[in-house]
Design a protein around this ligand. Sequence first.
Ligand code: ASP
Length: 325
Amino acid sequence: MVAHAQEISPTMTRQRFQLVVHGGAGTIERNKITPEKEQEYRAGIENALRTGREILQRGGSSLDAVEATVRVLEDDPHFNAGKGSVFTSAGTNEMDAAIMDGKTLGAGAVAGIEHVRNPIVLARAVMEKSKHVMMIGRGAEEFAKRNGIELVDAKYFFTQDRWDALQKMKAAEKAGADSSKKFIISDTERHGTVGAVARDSRENLAAATSTGGTTNKLPGRVGDSPVIGAGTYADNATCAVSCTGDGEFFIRAAVAHQVSALMELRGMSLSEAAERALAHAEKLGGTGGLIAVDKDGNIALPFNTSGMYRGHVHEDGKFVIEIYK
Ligand code: ASP
């Protein structure tokens, strides 16, 4: 069952654009986060919203807004994307990202990225400067270099918290399942993702998602985030969606495209479609959440975990930032 759903209609809002962001869903419990840490997460979401709002307020495109918003979250070590990416079982960082333009159905995605500071920038370059939709690993990084996209040493992605989470997971794995109580591993240590969806003043929709994937994943594993239709989707005829959660299940349920298809083919509202698609992933065994905006500017932010870092721009231009249910 989807524990939390929220829909805000544009008639409640005076602004001509919509912007929604997420910083990952999971077991996020109030009593386990210090007020200082909570403040840091909120500030991260706020910075991202401010960046996107500025672009949309001056008439910029939803595509520019989602890219810039995700980029801010990629640079923030609190979130599992870019700088704050989790580690693979081999102790490396492999990032995935995707962006989609609802106006043209153009899409760009990258996977297995190890040296690009902002994978979302590379995803956009794949969409606009190549004839491909998805590029991986070394070839994608060579394409980044040829297009003047910032590359960094792999050391840039080292953060102590993510490294400690990997050690904890490895210890738990070694100790076997029955000793799991000794190693309480929170979802935020396990995964996370960042994403943004927007509708601009010309009613164009866009979605962007970026992630380090899941802690202790096998090198070469790719999640739902860069898979168009699974973790990321946008179509001006319906909606724009960015997902977070157990990628394997979100891929199998084609969650992001399912939201769009349920609206188009079944005539569901955005919130109904979003809940139904999420319930489909949950039925397979996956938990998580998504953010979505539809062609009329309605937004939905359902999740079936105890929390999801999320925010949107309110009617008066102010930010609404929430973490818990
Ligand atoms: N969906 C991401 C992945 O599976 C992880 C997450 O959103 O928590 O790579």
